[in-house]
Design a binder for this molecule. Structure first.
Ligand code: CA
Length: 228
């Protein structure tokens, strides 16, 4: 069972894909434009993306590159009416995992989806960087959740990405500027307190006493530091 994001502007095709994926017990989100895709990705990180190349407001190649540049590692399968060799090579070079030319048989596509999910499965296994302990709690970045005893607390997209970066640098201070640049993107300037507000929310989910944090520490005049 996986969460699949379909980025496809042909409504009938998207609906057919959704039905078949749901029949196989996957959950599905659908985006018909590049803008919707960005929104869907921020809401919930998919385990796999089906990506059409020709969208009304975006080029699938650009989206693919943007996802990879943002550090997303989920499998991406490109769906396209273009069958030329040069496009396939370009798609694979930009970080797509597989490429299916329309019209394709649904059975073939579903087989490719299963294969791609199998190949990517170890990344979500316990002990990997997608799942780690902070104090008594477990963070599962793949499912965007904090597991606290029997309770599961959902993490937002930015919360997950902040945690991912703090965990990669555990024990060291990470500056607000680095967090902003790596997660929001160079040249994007959200409100001053944006990072701090996400940290407040993360502390509520991860700290036994959010007012006296033991894990997500403030590094004075710099940023934040994770102590697992
Ligand atoms: Ca299209």
């Amino acid at each position: 069972m996986a969460h699949v994001l379909i980025i496809e502007d042909e409504k009938d095709l998207a609906a057919g894909l959704r039905d078949n994926l749901e029949f196989e017990k996957h959950t599905v989100a659908h985006a018909a434009t590049g803008a919707e895709a960005t929104q869907a990705l921020a809401q919930r990180l998919p385990d796999l993306v089906l990506l059409d190349l020709m969208l009304p407001d975006a080029d699938g190649f650009d989206l693919c590159k943007r996802f990879r540049d943002a550090g997303h590692t989920m499998p991406i399968i490109i769906l396209s009416a273009r069958g030329q060799e040069i496009d396939k090579v370009r798609g694979l070079e930009l970080g797509a995992d597989d490429y299916v030319t329309k019209p394709f048989s649904l059975r073939e596509l579903l087989a490719r989806v299963s294969a791609a999910l199998r190949r990517s499965a170890p990344a979500g296994a316990p002990g990997s960087t997608e799942s780690f302990r902070i104090g008594e709690r477990t963070v599962d970045l793949r499912r965007q959740k904090v597991i606290a005893g029997r309770e599961e607390l959902p993490l937002g997209y930015y919360e997950s990405e902040i945690l991912r970066m703090l965990h990669q640098n555990a024990g060291q201070a990470v500056s607000r500027a680095d967090l902003l640049e790596r997660i929001w993107g160079a040249g994007v300037y959200p409100a001053d307190r944006t990072v701090d507000n996400h940290i407040v929310s993360l502390r509520r989910k991860l700290e036994p006493d959010p007012k006296k944090p033991k894990h997500i520490l403030t590094a004075h005049a710099v940023g934040y530091k994770l102590v697992v």
